[in-house]
Design a binder for this molecule. Sequence first.
Ligand code: BES
Ligand code: MN
Ligand code: ZN
Length: 507
Amino acid sequence: MEFSIKSGSPEKQRSACVVVGVFEPRKLSAAAEIVDNAAHQFLSDILRRGDMEGKAGTSLLLHGVSGVEADRVLLVGLGKEREFREKEYRAALATAVRQLNETGGFDGTVYLTELNVKKRDVAWKIRQAALVVQETLYRFDRLKSKKDEVRRPVRKLTFCVTRRSELSAAENALAEGLAIAAGMELAKDLGNLPGNICTPTYLAEQAKQLATSQGLGVDILDRADMEKLGMNTLLSVARGSHEPPKFIVLRHAGGASGAKPVVLVGKGITFDSGGISLKPGPEMDEMKYDMCGAASVLGTLKAAALMKLPINVIGIIPSTENMPGGSATKPGDIITSMSGQTVEILNTDAEGRLILCDALTYVERFDPECVVDIATLTGACVIALGHVATGLLANNEALAKELLDAGHHSYDRAWQMPLWDDYQEQLKSNFADMANIGGRPAGTITAACFLARFTEKYHWAHLDIAGTAWRSGKEKGATGRPVPLLTHFLIDRANRAPKTSSKRKRE
Ligand code: BES
Ligand code: MN
Ligand code: ZN
C-alpha cells in the first residue's frame, strides 16, 4: 500500500473514491458538506430520504456524483458527534478501508482524518489512520493452501488534513505510523506462527534477518553459552524440551556512542505446556502465543530502526519451550539463578519468571538507562484487566509514568498495579531464597515481586501482556501489542535525549 498526505478540497480530488463522514442522525461532516454543496445538495437529499442515518459501522457508496471529480463518494457512518472518540474514529477508518477494498477502485482519498477527535492532534489522527489501515488489511494465511484473494484491492490511500500548515506534522506522523505498523505486523506474524514452526531457533533466525535488513547488531547465545554464564533458572525450563534454547541480543545503536541504552526484555516461551505442572487441555493451543513479549521486542526494534531513532536500544530475548520431557524440572526442585539467589520451583507452569530473572541479571552488564520487560506472564492479569489494558508494575515511579503516558498517547494503554513489599511475603520458601509462585491472591503482583528481586540495580518496569497480546475465539490472533506503546516510549525518550546524540534523521 502506498500512502500520502494532502490538503485540498474534497470535490476537486481526482481519485477513484473520496471518503467523507456522516454523523448520526443525518448530519454531514465538514468535508461531506463541501461535497454536498458542489453536488447541489445530492448528499442532503440522500440523507433526507433515509438511506444513510450516519450510524457507526454503516456506509453508502455513490457513483458518478455530479460536481465531484472523483469516480465515487463513500459516505461512512460515524455515530453521534458527541460520542465520537478514539474508538469511533478508528472504527470509521476500518469501515472505510473494508469498503474501499470492495470497490473496483485503485485509490482512495480519505477525509475522515479531518474529523475532530477530542484532545487528539493531527499527528495522532494520522498515526492511528496508518495503523488502522494496516491492521484492517492484515491477513495471516501463509499456512492455508487456498487464500481469500481480494479481487481488486486498494493500492493507494491519501489522508487529508484541513490546513496546509499541518502537512509536515502529518507527514512525520505518517512515517511513524507506518514504522509502528511494520513492527506490529512482524510481532503478529511471529505470534500467529505455530509452536512447531516458531521455535527458539526460528526466533533467533528472525532476529538475525532483522539485524541484517535493518542494520542492527545481533548475538545469539546457545545452551553452552548460557551454562557458562550460570543461567540455570532459564536452563531449568528448557530441560523438558528437545528444542534447544536460545538467548537473543539485538542492538540498535542510534544514539551517542556513550549514551546508556534502554533495554527491552521479552519473554520468548515458544510453547507453554506448563511442564510437569501440565496445563489443562482446552485452549492449550493458545500457549503458542507465550512468546508475544519476544515478538514485541523484535517489532519495536524494527520500528525504531525504520525511524532511525537517535537512541540506543538493546533487545533481549530469552527463548525456550516449556515441556514435560523426562529430564524436565520437577516441583520441589531448587535451582540457583545467575544472580546467585536460589529458587524453589513449586509450579513448573510459572516458567516465564524463571527465564526472565536470568535475563534481568544478564542485562546489568549494559549499565542500562532503564529496563522494561514484556511478558505474557500471568492468567491473573487477564482476570484483573481483561483484554483492554496491559498490566504495569515498576520499581521507579517516573518510568512507570512515562510508560503510562506512552500507552495513552499511542492508544495502547497500560494500568499500574502496586509493587509493594508487603506482597513479597507470599514468595517465602522453607528451603530456598524464594518460591517461584505466591499463591492465588494478587498473582500478577507476586509474579512482578519475583522479578523485582532481580532488578534492584536499575530502573525497571514490567508489562504483563497476558490479556492484550492476542485475541481468543472467532477472531483468534496476535494483536501486535504493545509495540505501539513501546515505540512511543522510545520516540519520547529519543526526543528528550541529550543534545550530543545525532539529530533525528529520516529518509
Ligand atoms: N503463559 C502463562 C500465563 C498465561 C496464562 C497467559 C493464560 C495467558 C493466558 C504463564 O506461564 C503461566 O502459566 N502462569 C501461571 C502462573 C501460576 C502457575 C502461578 C498462571 O497464570 O496460571
Ligand atoms: Mn506457564
Ligand atoms: Zn508462560
